[in-house]
Design a protein around this ligand. Structure first.
Ligand code: ATP
Ligand code: MG
Length: 637
């Protein structure tokens, strides 16, 4: 690199430089992890603005997440050495489409005040939280037509059809020909679903892309004079995004895509690796540049990762060399169960951080999980060891609403006079007991110095009045609630996992969860299952005290009481202690959300059959790529 080069060109190798300054009209950069693909995009944007004097409003950059977009904006700004041009369009496909549709959607008969039906949690942050969810709509229709199909499956199926540009009518017509009985239901649900969206002025996430394609076909001028379209993580685009890319790029614009087929991990959401081939087919003039130097990881990490991905049989060979010292081999550790894994991880993390001379802080470490529901034992271990952590895009285990709810039910069963527990669950699921009634109940119990539970029972017995209208209805709903809790109270003594199971069933908590969180309901159930498993485990172990031959207090003790005491101590331990705050905070993230990012030290726990590969996974190769993505986030260890 020359000494007189501007910042955005100085730190590039020859191949990267060629990509950044390439005059090709269609450019694809295919390269492995850590080879600087994202850096190429960022530097190319700066190059276009600074050297080629392209008007920033004529540049569109599509990133995979909002987080990536923000990071890129940051870097571009610092390289430009001035304010980030506000007209530069950087964001996810969905965010960008939404922006255009709000402004120009009326040209394709879209009401300007459309709302977005939330379908995918990774994009939730884009939209107004007051959403209807596409899955709740689908559920309603399924119920109406008395189908037995699983809403999640139907939703995925419809989304897949939409992502492949098959409209409801088109799909139905196709079915007529083939007469597939199973899918007739889907065709019908699909059609009703579309009607329902239109009736409520809603767009789902697929619609954002589909309608934008429609808008661009009708009014290509609405995006102005786009001269450059740049796409990061191209391997995870779907077919509609390909159409969008082609339409955004007029005949005169330049297309730049960067990606790595080995890191395609969103096939389960209709991303299509074939887009890589499609680019070459549709744009014969495409120039391909490969980057073969990895700047992220030590040779040892790279070697291990590559030996994993090379097991994919249909994969074309690729060259990737580390530019940094070889480093030590990754540690592979076999542990008995999640619990010992959590303990070991915490100990190992502290060993690394406290070892003198390493200069590694908690903030340099990430623990990457196949799914968020696996975080429980890990968080427990970290909590005990006093290690501060944050959950990327999620809450810590005991802060999660469903865990708090179930714990409140357990506390209430253990002790009905536990007012805070009652307050948490009295209206969860909704029992028509809103705030004003609750306030009256509280006032009542204060006046008579009784617990809320006692006041509640007196209300149900008809001894007090709390509300005017629909009093009887509320009374009977709450009566059922009280009887449920009392029924469960009689089970105090049973194993906790059984109790939890009963709570979820008898209070209709499961249905409540599903209605409230259609997109990640399964994950929430997994969290509850994790709590059940922990309870089971706790029972087997009795408690952590070593047996010193002294007789233990067993009177007045129930498994539930012991369990709650145990947990309450544990959740107090989980937190950020003052002395560690300065050294940064460890990151826990899902692998999917860690795409494109890097940390000096990375742990990937729970690699076993059922987790990676996941029990619900359909594509084993994609599972392998997922692990590959996880491993290649690591820089040194
Ligand atoms: P991924 O496939 O994981 O998204 P990537 O190909 O996008 O990776 P980058 O994130 O752009 O890779 O770069 C990986 C790391 O290497 C970053 O820390 C980046 O700053 C650094 N890097 C890239 N190119 C160079 C270079 N020429 N000299 C020094 N460091 C570089
Ligand atoms: Mg990248």
């Amino acid at each position: 690199a020359g000494a007189n080069l501007p910042a955005h060109l100085a730190a590039l190798n020859a191949a990267q430089m060629a990509a950044v300054t390439s005059p090709a009209s269609v450019l694809q950069v295919l390269a492995g992890p850590g080879s600087g693909k994202t850096r190429v995009i960022t530097c190319r944007v700066v190059h276009l603005i600074k050297s080629a004097k392209i008007d920033p409003s004529n540049i569109i950059v599509a990133t995979f997440t909002n987080k990536a977009a923000n990071e890129m904006k940051h870097r571009i700004q610092s390289m430009l050495g001035s304010e980030l041009p506000s007209k530069l369009i950087i964001g996810t496909f969905h965010a960008t489409c939404r922006k255009y549709l709000i402004n120009y959607g009326h040209h394709i008969k879209l009401w300007p005040n459309f709302r977005v039906a939330d379908a995918e949690e990774r994009l939730r942050s884009l939209v107004n939280p007051s959403y209807s969810t596409s899955k709740s709509i689908i559920k309603k229709i399924i119920k109406k037509i008395k189908s037995e199909m699983d809403p999640g499956t139907v939703q995925a199926r419809i989304s897949h059809l939409k992502a492949n540009n098959e409209s409801a009518a088109f799909y139905e017509a196709g079915l007529m020909k083939t007469k597939k009985v199973v899918s007739e239901d889907i065709a019908k649900i699909y059609r009703d679903y579309e009607d329902e969206l239109i009736a409520h002025n809603l767009l789902d996430f697929d619609d954002l892309l589909i309608r934008m394609v429609e808008l661009l076909r009708k009014m290509p001028q609405c995006v102005g004079n786009i001269e450059h379209v740049l796409i990061d993580e191209y391997q995870d685009t779907n077919l509609i995004q390909f159409d969008l890319m082609s339409l955004l790029a007029s005949a005169r614009s330049v297309i730049t895509v960067v990606g790595d087929p080995d890191q395609s991990i969103y096939g389960f959401r209709s991303a299509d690796r074939r887009n890589l081939k499609k680019l070459l087919q549709c744009y014969k003039e495409t120039e391909t540049i490969t980057l073969e130097q990895n700047y992220r990881s030590t040779g040892a990490i790279l070697h291990s990762s590559l030996s994993l991905i090379e097991q994919e049989t249909s994969r074309p060979p690729k060259s990737l060399q580390s530019t940094i010292m070889s480093g030590t081999r990754p540690t592979y550790r076999k542990l008995r169960d999640n619990r010992s894994e959590g303990t070991w991880l915490a100990r190992e993390i502290n060993r690394i951080v406290k070892r003198t001379g390493t200069m590694i802080h908690y903030g340099d470490i990430a623990v990457l999980l196949r799914s968020a529901s696996l975080s429980f034992e890990l968080e427990r271990g970290l909590g005990r060891a006093g290690i501060p952590y944050r959950m990327a895009g999620g809450k810590r285990f005991f802060d999660r609403a469903e865990i708090k709810d179930v714990m409140a039910y357990l506390r209430l069963i253990n002790d009905p006079s536990d007012n805070s527990a009652l307050l948490r669950v009295i209206n969860v699921p909704s029992r028509g007991f809103g705030e004003s009634r609750l306030n009256k109940l509280i006032a009542e119990s204060e006046q008579y110095h009784t617990s809320l539970w006692t006041s509640l029972k007196s209300f149900i017995g008809g001894n007090t009045r709390l509300c005017g209208r629909s009093e009887d209805k509320v009374r009977s709903t709450l009566g059922a609630f009280v009887r449920t809790i009392e029924g469960l109270e009689k089970m105090n003594g049973e194993a906790i996992d059984v109790l939890i199971q009963q709570i979820v069933q008898k209070t209709r908590y499961r249905q409540y969860l599903e209605a409230k969180n259609p997109h990640d309901f399964q994950e929430k159930l997994d969290n509850i299952k994790e709590l059940q498993e922990f309870a089971l485990d706790a029972r087997l172990r009795e408690d952590d005290l070593p047996d010193i031959g002294l007789e233990r207090n067993t009177t007045c003790r129930t498994p539930l009481g012991d369990f709650l005491a145990h947990i309450s101590l544990m959740s107090d331990l989980v937190g950020n202690s003052e002395e560690t705050a300065g050294k940064g905070i460890l990151t826990i993230s899902t692998i999917h959300a860690a795409k494109g990012l890097e940390w000096p030290v990375v742990f990937v726990p729970s690699i076993y059959q059922g987790s990676i590969p996941h029990s619900r996974a359909e594509d084993i190769d994609e599972e392998r790529r997922l692990l590959f993505v996880a491993m290649t986030r690591a820089q040194r260890k």
